[in-house]
Design a protein around this ligand. Structure first.
Ligand code: ADP
Length: 446
């Protein structure tokens, strides 16, 4: 980066120097040209004083004062050369179509520049109308633009080299100064507060800090999760191992063995459920892009789910009902089943005897609302935010006795996020709970 900025600054400076020098040459040439014409104009005035007849006789004196490099020509309106200081007038071709002559006959004076046969030199012509029929023209050879350019080239090159060297040093210094705050940034990323860097980089610093924080938090959560998993697995495994040991040692009496075996089975089932939920969660944790989303009728899945959980509901002396018309969402079928089983299952498990569960699916505008409402024990305010965390339970013994793992709502939360849906919980202890999930409708309301 440092090298790149340096190279860029130096190239900008280099281009600017070259362009400036070229422009200076052009401006100088223009001034020079004007000066040459001005000189020629002044001479024509002197000759004008001599008059048409006086010029051929007396021109030599003015010519001498001018440095001796003037050419004087007198041309008639028809283009015939009457007099010329360089050649015999009769030998010269018709001058009627020379730009400066034509201009002079038209408006009193005329000028033009033509390339000389001499290398990088030009001839400057200035013509002045003496009377209606004659024009006096004075010309001289001088350096052309290239001549001037090559003439001053050594000086220009020297100036350019000095400027370039100064620019290079400045560019190096500026690059260093420019990059210093970025260099310091690396050390300041970890410390809080405003980083001592460019204002434009502050959002970038904030993003990195946020990501940093998120990574740390995620690492912490992972650690907590691993600790929780080990702890959760330990309980049923200890029970299994304990009962098996009792049977093995022969300490268990015949009548206890059946009970111990059923305890072993219960703990194994719990272990399996736990492991299944853990696997499910880690599957959901992985960001995958091969999840199949299809247009499905949420009410159909909800209906099937309520039907399947009827036995469970009866066991808890709870009535579970479904209501709703076909409502289509773009979703993964298995995930929707999982979501409904978890929410409805909880509504049954955390209910009271004689209570009810109502599952509803309805369309409201562009949204499909899935609502699972129960008349159960409710969730105290202080727990409401946290129940979606992994292994968080309000009443641990109730959760365990009804086969809960503390992972159901964490799975639900994941599924909701994966579907771009949102979830709203309303609950009143002793009265009941409602969880609403808002999905985008797969087709607009007819
Ligand atoms: P669990 O397997 O323990 O049910 P969940 O993640 O499904 O785990 O739920 C977390 C906790 O939230 C539960 O332990 C329970 O305390 C509370 N909870 C969930 N759903 C309800 C509900 N419908 N009514 C009351 N409490 C609930």
């Amino acid at each position: 980066m440092r090298r790149k900025i340096n190279v860029m600054l130096v190239s900008v400076a280099g281009t600017a120097i070259l362009l400036t020098l070229l422009l200076v040459t052009v401006v100088c040439y223009d001034l020079f040209r004007k000066q040459v014409f001005e000189d020629l104009r002044v001479y024509t005035k002197f000759f004008d004083m001599l008059g048409k007849e006086g010029i051929p006789a007396d021109w030599k004196m003015i010519h001498k004062y001018s440095g001796g490099n003037l050419r004087i020509t007198i041309v008639q309106r028809d283009g015939t050369v009457l007099f010329d200081t360089r050649a015999v007038a009769a030998n010269l071709d018709n001058h009627g179509n020379r730009t400066e002559i034509k201009e002079a006959f038209e408006k009193g004076f005329g000028k033009s520049v033509r390339k000389s046969p001499t290398y990088h030199r030009s001839t400057f012509y200035y013509a002045r109308r003496l009377d209606a029929d004659t024009v006096l023209r004075i010309s001289r050879e001088a350096a052309g633009i290239l001549g001037i350019f090559f003439g001053v080239l050594p000086v220009l090159a020297l100036i350019a080299a000095v400027l370039f060297a100064v620019c290079m040093l400045t560019a190096r210094f500026l690059t260093k100064k420019l990059l210093a705050p970025i260099g310091r940034l690396a050390d300041q990323l970890d410390s809080g507060g405003e980083a001592d860097t460019y204002r434009e980089l502050q959002p970038f610093v904030q993003t990195i800090r946020r990501q940093h924080e998120a990574i740390l938090q995620s690492a912490r959560m992972r650690q907590d999760f691993t600790a929780n998993v080990s702890h959760e697995l330990k309980t049923p495994l200890t029970a299994i191992s304990g009962y098996a040991e009792l049977i093995e040692s022969g300490l268990a009496q015949e009548k206890d063995i059946v009970h111990f075996a059923s305890e072993i089975q219960r703990s194994s089932k719990r272990l399996l459920t736990l492991i299944n939920d853990i696997i499910r969660l880690s599957e959901l944790d992985i960001i995958r892009d091969d999840i199949v989303f299809e247009k499905i009728d949420l009410s159909e899945i909800a209906q099937v789910c309520v039907d399947m959980l009827q036995i469970n509901a009866e066991k808890h002396n709870v009535t579970a009902t479904f209501s709703g018309a076909p409502c289509f969402v773009n979703a993964n079928h298995d995930m929707m089943e999982e979501l409904l089983y978890n929410l409805t299952g909880n509504a049954i498990r955390y209910n009271r005897s004689g209570g009810s569960v109502a599952v509803e699916v309805e369309q409201a505008g562009d949204e499909i609302i899935l609502s699972v409402r129960d008349t159960g024990i409710g969730i105290p305010k202080e727990h409401q935010e946290r129940i979606f965390e992994r292994f968080y339970r309000v009443d641990k013994s109730r959760s365990k006795s009804t086969g809960g793992t503390g992972l159901g709502l964490a799975i639900v939360k994941h599924i909701v996020e994966k579907h771009g849906a949102r979830m709203v919980l309303t609950s009143e202890p002793g009265e009941g709970t409602e969880i609403r999930v808002y999905f985008a409708a797969a087709e607009p309301r007819q």
